[in-house]
Design a protein around this ligand. Structure first.
Ligand code: CS2
Length: 495
């Protein structure tokens, strides 16, 4: 293995087939702070920004912030923030070194440095990919004001731990310094993600002062966006293969698919990169795109993950190649599609054809266990909302409700047919306690709904619980094939 490390100093010696920054990184000014500088950000927003920098923009360097672990900073700081993005499919692998991330910070190590970056007048946009659970919503969707990190950030605003604490304190300081607020661009898989974050931040700011709440409410733009790119976790084999192709070691390359999509509401009072030149769709209302992606892509992903885990499939492509799971997903899409806005011009037929091709990408080896994480945070917008929409319209939601049951069954299987800790969930402690009581299916499902806040206040909650419980009974007794058989889902037959 090579001793050379990817860095500014070694960029010139990369082989000709590797795409690398053709702009002067030393001339970049920071313009974006990104909270949650994980693999997804590096495969998606950072690559689009890199395109803009390649086209000559200089004011949009990214300051990448990790809110929890120092791992990304430790891997990338010795590489001057450079990393390789490997886009893979059956045709091969395209390698590109991305140069847009210039600085890396670790919030728990230096919250003051993060606040300093956020108050820098050059910073005009703050983007976020912090995963669903970091929004700290209570089961009813409001800000979880009893969460210890929220309590901490209210008591000690100068040393925050949460996105709410960082953004609110930075907006307060900017205002005090006479610096215009940044635009907050949420890039997590939440419905109306910008509006959701806006609502939570107003609630947080309100606990600090009326004036701050008013400022966050009226003075700051929170465009929503839909982000899409499949990003499996990097393995040691990926690191070794990429090092040999680069002739230089990269401690943390990012794997992805060739496909990428970003739809953004165009509200950026302080300006933005010319993303539209690189395939980003700028719109007035992202809602229909977001719903389509959450319900069709992410909903199917969660279904494939839990059914795949129960059926012993370690990766998405292998699970999706199982004819019964494939037929199930087609039927799941058929259930979810009528719940999408009908007048927004969505082409769901082409979309699902494309999704099927993406899920079949064998070069990604996207692990079902990776997607299975945090089901309590993901299922509301992926599955529960479409199930309720159908039930409220008097339609059946058998496939959607089976996904909820499959999630519960997969959680129950950890420590027996699945390894302990094979995937995790913020509700693991109360879920473990609940499963330890070995209750009948309906009592289990009902308790899970209450814990996770599924269908809170919806008139159809009990119906959905009953449907999911019927499926859970079958899954517990005879596994996936029996739950499928009851719906007429079989392998080797067209849907
Ligand atoms: C996946 C998503 O892990 C998951 O829950 O469903 O990360 C998915 O790969 C992305 O949203 C694709 O854009």
């Amino acid at each position: 293995m090579t001793n050379t490390r990817l860095s500014d100093a070694t960029l010139h010696s990369l082989p000709p087939g590797v795409d690398a920054p053709r702009y002067d990184r030393a001339k970049l000014r920071p313009g974006i702070v990104h909270l949650g500088v994980g693999a997804f950000h590096r495969a998606h927003q950072a690559a689009y920004v890199d395109d803009c920098l390649t086209s000559g923009e200089t004011g949009w360097g990214i300051v990448g912030v990790s809110l929890r672990s120092p791992e990304t900073r430790d891997a990338l700081a010795p590489q001057d923030g450079l990393y390789t993005l490997a886009a893979r499919d059956g045709d091969g692998e395209a390698l590109r070194v991305v140069g847009s991330v210039r600085t890396l910070l670790v919030a728990p190590k230096s919250p003051e440095a993060v606040l300093a970056a956020l108050t820098d007048p050059d910073i005009r946009i703050v983007t976020l990919t912090v995963t669903e659970k970091a929004y700290l919503r209570a089961p009813d969707g409001t800000l979880d004001i009893s969460h210890p990190d929220i309590v901490h950030d209210l008591a000690d605003p100068g040393s925050p731990r949460t996105v709410h604490g960082f953004l609110t304190e930075a907006l307060r300081r900017r205002r005090e310094n006479g610096v215009a607020p940044f635009t907050v661009l949420c890039c997590d898989n939440l419905p109306a993600n910008g509006a959701t974050l806006h609502r939570l931040l107003i609630a947080f700011a309100q606990l600090r002062s009326d004036e701050l709440a008013r400022h966050v409410a009226d003075g700051v733009a929170f465009p929503s966006s839909m982000v899409d790119r499949i990003v499996p976790a990097t393995t040691d084999a990926d690191r070794a293969r990429i090092a040999s192709a680069l002739g230089a070691r990269d401690a943390w390359p990012v794997l992805t698919e060739p496909f990428r999509q970003w739809v953004i509401e165009d509200r950026f009072p302080q300006g933005r990169p010319a993303w539209e030149k690189f395939g980003v769709t700028m719109v007035e209302d992202v809602g229909p795109f977001e719903d389509m992606k959450l319900r069709l892509l992410n909903g199917a992903h969660s279904a494939i993950a839990y059914l795949g885990l129960l059926g012993d499939h370690a990766t998405v492509d292998r699970a999706f190649a199982d004819p019964a799971i494939r037929m199930f997903v087609d039927r799941l899409w058929a259930e979810a599609i009528p719940t999408l806005p009908q007048d927004a011009g969505l082409d769901t037929a082409s979309y699902t054809v494309e999704l099927a091709a993406r899920f079949s990408n064998t070069a990604l080896a996207h692990r079902t266990a990776q997607i299975a994480n945090d089901g309590s945070q993901k299922l509301p917008q992926r599955i529960v909302s479409s199930a309720l929409a159908r039930l409220n319209a008097g339609l059946a939601a058998e496939h959607l409700s089976l996904v909820i049951a499959a999630w519960i069954a997969a959680c129950e299987a950890r420590g027996s047919s699945l390894p302990e800790g094979h995937f995790t969930d913020p509700l693991d402690a109360p879920l473990g306690e609940l499963f330890g009581r070995s209750l009948p299916a309906e009592e289990t499902v009902s308790a899970v709904f209450d814990l996770a806040g599924f269908a809170t206040g919806n008139a159809r909650k009990q119906t959905l619980i009953e449907r999911a419980a019927t499926h859970l009974t079958r899954l517990r007794k005879d596994g996936v094939s029996s739950a499928f058989a009851a719906l007429g889902v079989r392998g080797n037959e067209p849907a």
